[in-house]
Design a protein. Structure first.
Length: 283
């Protein structure tokens, strides 16, 4: 279980790339298994201590095993993590354009995969060692600022048309169609889909679905956080029920919402609100 969680705000010059850092420490007496929901983002874990396994039920070769430092995603399906013992580290959540810039490689090579950082270039492995050796979270967050700023100084910029396409899609919450998106950036639908997938890991239509799902998933999470003490099963859903949530997040109906949750979170929204549910999503 999580025993310590510390939020760190990046240097203001980095805020368009990184929203926040999360320093964590957790101890699990026995195996701790979590279901991790899909997302259009990239998760960087730079940890030390007890290793963990990341598994994708759709394909065994997409996971990472016995590692405490890895990069995951973007993922268009849920996966699971398993660990035991005591571990600590820093989690960095990146948008796809930010990850493309910082890593210096197309995310098409990383989509639906969890990859140990030592396979992604020496700078990440060295950074993990440096963070582990520092005595406090403030020092670790400052070191992350310096390392990410140094990377941005030497990596190439993302194609401005692709960056505009991402921002338009993200700004619409996944509501902008691929045709309208292609027209906005002056490309054909096919060319946009191919380039978008190469550079950001997933095609724009899938990213649109994930953006809608992330909004709905966050609403479910807020329901759990704000449920009255003793309300063990807030099954009515947030703000008036699942049908209302579906309409607010751009789904055709409640059934559409539930199908997306089953695919992207591995459970229905109601199941995720039950006591003992071990699902998480860094977003």
């Amino acid at each position: 279980m999580l025993t310590e969680a510390v939020i760190g705000l990046p240097d203001p010059r980095l805020r368009r790339y990184v929203d926040r850092y999360l320093g964590y420490r957790e101890r699990a007496a026995g195996p701790l298994v979590r279901r991790e929901a899909a997302g259009a983002f990239v998760v960087l874990i730079l940890g030390w201590g007890a290793p963990l396994d990341v598994t994708d039920p759709r394909a065994a070769d997409r996971g990472a095993h016995a590692t405490n430092a890895f990069l995951a995603g973007p993922f268009d399906g849920w996966c699971a993590t398993r660990t035991a013992g005591e571990g600590a580290g820093v989690q960095v959540l990146l948008t796809a354009p930010a990850a493309r810039r910082l890593l210096g490689l197309p995310l098409g090579e990383l989509a639906n995969r969890a990859v140990p950082v030592d396979r992604l270039g020496g700078w990440l492995a060295r950074l993990r060692e440096e963070l582990a050796g520092l005595p406090d979270w403030a020092g670790r967050f400052a070191r992350l600022d310096a390392a990410l700023a140094a990377r941005l100084a030497v990596t190439g910029r993302v194609d401005p048309r692709l960056l505009r396409a991402w921002r338009l899609l993200d700004g619409s919450g996944g509501g902008l169609g691929v045709g309208a998106l292609a027209e906005e950036v002056g490309w054909s639908r096919r060319h946009l889909a191919v380039r978008f997938r190469q550079e950001f890991g997933l095609p724009p239509k899938t990213v649109a679905r994930l953006l809608r799902f992330q909004r709905a998933y966050a609403a479910v999470g807020r329901t759990l956080l704000t449920a009255p003490a003793g309300d063990a099963h807030p099954a009515a859903g947030p703000g008036g029920g699942w049908a209302e949530l579906a309409a607010r997040c751009g789904y055709y109906d409640q059934s559409h919402l539930i199908r997306e949750f089953r695919e992207f979170a591995g459970a229905t929204p109601a199941a995720l609100t039950r006591p003992g549910s071990h699902s998480s999503n860094p977003g």
